[in-house]
Design a protein. Structure first.
Length: 357
């Protein structure tokens, strides 16, 4: 199958549209118990469902779960700050990650198994998740068979797995038409195999899209596996890797990014590619392997990962036509001549000290 940037635009537009287009039962929640009650009700109510979660940090002593056999969608959205209006007036809920699910190094924050319906998670932070030894996906697992999956504008930090578990940050496994993983930030996650995220096709066909993610400083315990992002699957499928920063996830002798299928890559900054990964075909357009030149920030626990104006990744993205309205910090997504690489858009017009963001 020949896949062009026009196909990417259509695929990403659909991924954004289907998450909130169907008639749905809406839940607006502001407690951990409320989140789980909404997910439990949505499993069997015979409707497409949207769960809006108010901004705040939710300390979890039991992992949140959604397991359904119905052919209906589940859409989870963070940063719903007006729970008196359901659905909220701010329909997008894309900016930032003001809703935090904290596993407290006790539990995985969220598990979704929706084999027959679409699944989306938008605008949520997953921190300090830790499932039992041998289980994968420290922060998040989403699985589906026939449904599409979209994980967007999420942050994963401090999640880890142990034993024979796989990815420390997130596992997204799907065999439907499309898997989209876009504009997420992953840092300081640790896996026994994959440090950051594993995107996995469980059947031939379909498309995997990884776009505008920033994946930095994650760790793998297996030197032969990628510390940042892995894309794997069964049979032949289309993979698009666009405008991502995948950097500084590799110990000595290790790698940042690995893939085991044919793929197209456009305008990524990738540190080290896992040995044996197929080269992009046709050859990658605009890929680099350079220090991203992140902007400084103050504080011991300061993890910003926005770019300096001097960064070689500013205004050098592919911008395939579809972009979200804002970056992960809530700024306009395209400020300069074209989109920046990574999850954040630089908004400093002049890097001379006279004009500031």
């Amino acid at each position: 199958m020949r896949c062009t940037l026009r196909h990417i635009t259509l695929a990403l537009a659909l991924a954004s549209a289907w998450a909130g287009s169907a008639s749905a039962h809406d839940y607006c929640v502001s407690t951990a118990v409320g989140i789980q009650n909404a997910l439990t009700a949505a499993q069997t109510n015979g409707e497409d469902d949207t769960v809006y979660i108010k901004s705040g940090s939710y300390a979890l002593t039991a992992g949140l779960t959604f397991v359904s056999s119905e052919a209906h969608a589940i859409d989870i959205r963070g940063a719903n700050d007006d729970i008196s209006v359901c659905p909220p007036a701010q329909a997008a809920n894309l900016a930032g990650s003001g809703t935090t699910l904290d596993g407290q190094l006790l539990v995985r924050p969220l598990y979704i198994a929706n084999p027959n319906g679409n699944s989306s998670v938008i605008g949520v932070s997953f921190i300090d998740g830790r499932p039992p030894s041998g289980f994968s996906g420290g922060g998040l697992i989403v699985t589906s068979s026939s449904g599409n999956v979209n994980v967007q504008n999420c942050t994963f930090s401090g999640n880890r797995v142990s034993g024979s578990g796989a990815s420390g940050g997130a596992v997204v496994a799907q065999s439907g038409a499309e898997l989209s993983f876009a504009q997420n930030l992953l840092y300081l996650n640790r896996g026994t195999e994959i440090g950051g995220a594993l995107l996995q096709r469980t059947a031939a066909g379909g498309i995997v899209i990884a776009q505008n993610n920033t994946i930095v400083g994650n760790i793998t315990d297996a030197i032969s596996a990628p510390g940042g992002l892995a894309i794997a699957g069964s049979g032949t499928f289309v993979t698009q890797v666009i405008d991502n920063i995948i950097w500084n996830n590799a110990a000595a002798g290790g790698s940042d990014f690995g893939i085991d299928s044919a793929n197209l890559r456009y305008s990524n900054d990738i540190g080290i590619v896992t040995a044996g990964s197929p080269a992009p075909s046709p050859p990658s357009a605009g890929d680099v392997s350079v220090d991203p030149d992140f902007a400084p920030c103050s504080g011991v626990l300061c993890f910003n990962f926005e770019l300096r104006r001097s960064s070689p990744l500013v205004d050098t993205g592919t911008s395939p036509g579809f972009t979200p309205p804002t970056d992960l910090a809530g700024k306009p997504r395209v400020i300069g001549s074209t989109i920046d690489i990574g999850a954040f858009e630089n908004d400093t017009i002049f890097d001379n000290g006279f004009e500031v963001p």
